[in-house]
Design a protein. Structure first.
Length: 77
């Protein structure tokens, strides 16, 4: 199953203006962050917890940022 991280990326750019800066704040290599966003590897619970704090995401909205199912049409393009 693939997740859509578009909303997460929008929030990253709103808060940090750059994935690289967000990766540093997350204490991970930018390549690891990209791997997560591209659905090559999964976000760990600790990473989600850290991102929620850094990005000011309300707990009730976590699923919208981290667990939105990728649209099959979008993946096939």
């Amino acid at each position: 199953m693939c997740f859509n991280y578009d909303r997460l990326l929008e929030r990253v750019f709103e808060v940090f203006r750059d994935k690289r800066v967000f990766a540093i704040k997350m204490q991970m290599a930018e390549s690891v962050l990209i791997s997560r966003i591209e659905n090559k590897t999964q976000f760990r619970k600790e990473e989600i917890d850290r991102a929620v704090i850094l990005l000011g995401i309300e707990h009730k909205n976590i699923s919208e940022y981290f667990f939105a199912i990728e649209n099959d049409k979008k993946r096939s393009n």
